[in-house]
Design a protein around this ligand. Structure first.
Ligand code: CP
Length: 321
């Protein structure tokens, strides 16, 4: 596997889940695979889980790790081609990327959507420049429109905790004070569409996700109806994807607190288990009692980030050995 951003990059999902189980049972089984290989993790944006879990995954595989925080100590990077670089950015990504490729064997990229230009974000311009110019396998650690390591970890978590063969999974929008990217809900919807679940997506009007991710999933604008019978509730905020009105791309269209997942919302479900990728704004997205309840899976999800990252890095190491 030379790139990892979409669910199709993994091939057979059942096989990938089997590998995840194998690694969870013995996470150092492939510790020789990464000997003398170096992972470079490039962060244009902050992280807690991705930084720690991906580094731990590389250590499971015996790799060396270099972490570059682009905005702390590196030259400020220009990312758009054709710009006259007379501002505060000293280096262009188009030189920086091949230089980075000289020092490593695999590259992970975190680069959030700017939420200003839908075409630029949805073209995955930064991620694709790394794919094109680094000469190395590249994987997304949350890029403009996708967060596949999170979605894979979420799928592993659902497989581990499901109480019926084909659970009903509800992805629900919830309020947030700031404009957030669509990467997590995009990938979650994409992966759930391939998984053995029934996916329902619920959000206020105007928050329709890009069709390339939401696919044929049921969309229900009445949150209560959507939550009825749910086995898993996956809450997440996202800004306007600009599908129905491109001019609204990246805007906060609603802060309706009636969408916050609290104990009453959970009563509408089939005693659902609660999920969120973290970090989460308590009492905006979810009430204290729901996230602290015995039906909350937020910590197992985070723990499975190590497993999803180990599978992905293992596949990439196998491709270059
Ligand atoms: N869920 C997730 O990716 O967390 P971080 O932003 O802390 O990496």
């Amino acid at each position: 596997m030379k790139t990892f951003s979409r669910v199709t990059d993994l091939g057979d999902l059942h096989q990938a889940l089997q590998e995840a189980i194998e690694i969870k049972n013995d996470r150092f089984k492939y510790v020789e695979l990464g000997r003398n290989k170096t992972l470079l993790m490039v962060f244009f944006n902050s992280s807690l889980r991705t930084r720690l879990s991906t580094q731990k995954a590389a250590m499971n595989l015996g790799m060396n790790v270099i972490v570059l925080d682009v905005n702390q100590g590196a030259w400020k990077l220009e990312t758009e081609r054709g710009v006259v670089m007379d501002g505060d950015k000293s280096e262009h990504l188009l030189e920086a990327i091949p230089v980075m490729g000289c020092y490593c064997d695999i590259i992970g990229i975190r680069s959030f959507a700017g939420l200003k230009d839908r075409n630029y974000d949805y073209a995955e311009t930064v991620y694709n420049q790394f794919v094109q110019y680094s000469g190395r396998p590249v994987f997304a650690m949350e890029t403009a429109t996708v967060h596949p390591l999170q979605a894979f970890a979420d799928l592993i978590t659902i497989e581990e905790h499901k109480e019926v063969k084909r659970p009903k999974v509800v992805l629900t929008w919830a309020p947030h004070p700031k404009a957030l990217p669509q990467a997590v809900p995009d990938s979650f919807a994409e992966w759930m569409n391939v998984a053995d679940v029934d996916l329902v997506v619920t959000h206020p009007h105007g928050y329709e996700l890009d069709p390339s991710f939401v696919g044929d999933a049921a969309v229900e604008y009445d949150q209560r109806k959507a939550l009825e019978g749910a086995d898993f509730v996956y809450a997440k905020n996202w800004s306007c994807p600009g599908v129905t009105n491109p001019a609204d791309y990246g805007l906060v269209l609603s802060k309706d607190m009636s969408w916050t997942i609290d104990a009453e919302h959970m009563l509408w479900t089939n005693n659902a288990q609660f999920m969120h990728c973290l970090p989460v704004r308590r009492n905006m997205i979810v009430s204290d009692d729901v996230i602290e309840s015995s039906r909350s899976l937020v910590i197992p999800e985070a723990a499975n980030r190590e497993i999803s990252a180990t599978v992905v890095l293992k596949r990439m190491l196998e491709a270059i050995r």
